[in-house]
Design a protein around this ligand. Structure first.
Ligand SMILES: Cc1cc2nc3c(=O)[nH]c(=O)nc-3n(C[C@H](O)[C@H](O)[C@H](O)COP(=O)(O)OP(=O)(O)OC[C@H]3O[C@@H](n4cnc5c(N)ncnc54)[C@H](O)[C@@H]3O)c2cc1C
Length: 631
């Protein structure tokens, strides 16, 4: 009673706390509502009974198809995605590795390997795959590569008629708005052409379009890695030697890399294609919806079965008037076809719950790139991304306020393609962090330390050269664990099961080692650190046995699995060149599983072109209104 000022103060404090508490509760409720319940345009919780097209999987390819097919309001499209939406972190380019092993990642593990992955836990490779709106395009490293002519011509030769380079080139040029010969003046300096290429918004003049807005928007390297990137490009010229052919490759082959980043944010097909289409009345998107199998019409004789729709694991069935399109990725698509009774007849017999539909080599022909790391340290300062630079508040501020700085870049600052299918990626990462890289690569601790001896010094300048065989011959499989659609499939890439792949990887590794010895790299104070593994003996580049052992121990996935529903002609192919599943009607596959052989580099942009071309065909095949212009 005797201290009114104290009571008043206590009351004021209590009211303030109540207001603050209520504010917090309101804020949290709004956040939860916004994340989970608020109506977002185009996202539906319940499907209608019929759509013209049903697309399974909202990954790189699925987003392109859904957007393109719904351009015409008279065509209804349902896009089904097993996962949720990705969070904000996915838009921050350098944060990409942090999404692995989270809810946004299928986090597959391969079967234990016999000829490779020997320095990885359980000899098993970690295979991240995006799970959610945008798919793997939301957790990839965003490197853009338009493919080389021989990739597409090889596809055509292998029976994928109509997929030669001359077909793909105009699509790719339009996607990036790049027609170098038309647009960059022949006599302009390299610096000017580089600037034009990097801005990504220059004009090109396709028929009937005044301004070309690039779908694949591209950014260049970050300033910190500019010196290193230039040194890498110069190293390529040095290695070109006198032979004119080699010189041509050196100039074509060693390049600063370009990334699908726009205004400091990831620019996946979710942004370029799907996001602008969300909200169209004729496009429905369902999240957290897993497709269990394709529903077929009755069997009235060979080739008469038609894909009628899909069966969701929630128990619902949705029907398609025109087609069901599977875009569930190189692992998800073969799994879904096998669960639907499309696969090798003998193999499917063991699953009594799966009614057989058609005998096809589904799940075969799995191919992937392997990357072999070579660490190089530099004595000169300010060349690469180091952990101490990344941890600075300044970098965080630069990103949050201006969407620039190290966080707005990927660490991949340059790439090389060299004759005989050798490739190198330059990761301008001075100090790989064990808890991140060790974890995502599934390395045993001794493998990590054998590769990166200076990793403890968080200010050490350096880079990782990832060498690769761009056209590996080893082929693996994706098969079923059981007939439950929610079970994880069995992935066996059989890396390095073909001895010529080991030889090719060793050549690529030697090329990376040669890069570190060039004058351009020496000027940076480069020191190469050959991997040291006790069981491989003394590091020696001339010792083939050492090289093979180091590669079999520490080369890791390049994250490019493909080929499991290959297109082509003949019995080896699952799909026709039009990507229709053989033996049935009304069913198509469009994603990285269709590639008959690997792309000689990173595949995402090539896949976008494949999906665009297929959308063009579908629009012609199922016309609703008259279109007078296609590219
Ligand atoms: C870590 C990483 C880094 C990479 N870096 C690069 C790079 O720098 N440059 C590059 O070019 N490429 C890169 N890639 C490869 C590239 O991202 C992929 O090749 C490409 O995204 C594959 O697209 P997709 O459409 O075939 O499949 P995805 O994008 O994987 O889409 C498949 C979608 O289907 C969904 N799904 C699967 N099963 C079902 C089902 N039953 N029901 C409903 N939905 C289902 C999945 O959740 C997923 O969203 C990288 C990949 C990874 C994983």
């Amino acid at each position: 009673m005797g201290r009114p000022w104290f009571t008043a103060l206590a009351r004021a404090f209590s009211s303030a706390m109540t207001v603050l508490g209520a504010g917090c509760v309101l804020g949290l409720s709004l956040l939860t509502w916004n994340t989970w319940f608020a109506a977002r345009p185009g996202i539906v919780l319940k499907p209608e009974t019929h759509y013209d097209f049903i697309i399974v999987g909202a990954g790189t390819a699925g987003c392109v198809l859904a957007a393109r097919l719904s351009e015409d309001p008279a065509r209804s499209v349902l896009l089904l995605e097993s996962g949720p939406e990705f969070g904000w972190l996915a838009s921050v380019p350098l944060a990409a590795p942090l999404l692995q092993n989270t809810v946004s990642d299928w986090a597959f593990r391969t079967e234990s390997q016999h000829a490779s992955q020997l320095g990885l836990k359980n000899h098993s490779s970690a295979w991240p795959r995006g799970r959610g709106l945008g798919g793997s395009g939301q957790l990839n490293y965003m490197v853009h590569f338009p493919g080389v002519p021989s990739d597409f011509d090889r596809w055509e030769k292998e029976g994928a008629h109509g997929w030669g380079y001359e077909t793909i080139r105009p699509i790719m040029e339009r996607l990036t708005c790049e027609r170098p010969h038309d647009l960059v003046p022949r006599n302009s300096s390299p610096r000017i052409s580089y600037r034009i290429l990097m801005t990504g918004d220059r004009l090109c003049l396709p028929q009937r379009t005044k301004k070309c807005v690039p779908k694949i928007r591209l950014a260049g390297g970050e300033p910190t890695s500019e010196t290193l990137t230039s040194a890498f490009v110069d190293a390529g010229k040095e290695l070109g030697g006198d032979s004119s052919k080699d010189q041509e490759w050196a100039e074509k082959g060693f390049r600063r890399s370009r990334s699908s980043i726009w205004k400091g944010r990831r620019w996946s097909t979710l942004e370029s294609h799907l996001r602008p289409a969300l909200g169209r009345d004729n496009l429905h998107v369902m999240l957290n919806t897993h497709v269990g199998r394709v529903v077929f019409s009755a069997d009235l004789g060979p080739g008469t079965r038609r894909a009628e729709g899909v069966f969701l694991t929630s128990g619902a069935i949705v029907l398609a008037r025109h087609e069901v399109i599977i875009s569930a990725g190189a692992v998800g698509s073969p799994q879904l076809l096998l669960l639907s009774g499309l696969g090798p007849k003998q193999y499917l017999k063991q699953f009594e719950w799966i009614p057989f539909v058609a005998d096809l080599p589904v799940g075969h022909n799995l191919h992937d790139h392997l990357n072999m790391p070579l660490y190089v340290s530099f004595s000169k300062p300010n060349l690469s991304l180091t952990l101490s630079k990344l941890r600075s508040i300044r970098q965080l501020g630069r990103y949050l306020f201006y969407k620039e700085g190290l966080l707005a870049s990927t660490a991949v600052s340059a790439a090389a393609i060299w004759p005989s299918n050798l490739g190198i990626l330059l990761f301008a990462m001075g100090t790989p962090e064990e808890s991140v890289l060790g974890n995502i690569a599934n390395y045993m601790p001794e493998t990590f330390h054998g590769l990166f001896p200076l990793a403890k010094n968080s200010s050490q300048e350096g880079a990782v050269l990832l060498s690769s065989c761009l056209q590996p011959h080893s082929r693996g499989t994706v098969t079923l664990q059981d007939s439950n659609p929610l079970s994880v499939p069995l992935i066996d890439p059989r890396y390095l099961s073909e001895p010529k792949d080991v030889k090719c990887m060793a050549q690529a590794f030697k090329l990376a080692a040669r890069v570190t010895k060039t004058r351009a790299f020496k000027r940076l104070g480069a020191k190469m650190h050959l991997p040291e593994f006790k069981h491989c003996g003394k590091p020696n580049l001339k010792d083939d046995a050492y090289l093979a052992c180091a590669i079999r121990t520490s080369a890791i996935t390049g994250y490019h699995p493909a080929g499991t529903c290959r297109m082509g002609s003949g019995r080896q192919s699952v799909l026709t060149p039009e990507l229709l599943v053989r033996g049935v009607t009304g069913l198509r596959v469009v994603d990285s599983s269709v590639f008959p052989t690997p792309v000689s580099g990173t595949p995402n942009s090539v896949l976008i072109a494949v999906a665009e071309r297929t959308a063009n065909r579908l629009i012609i095949e199922y016309p609703t209104v008259k279109y007078d212009y296609f590219y």
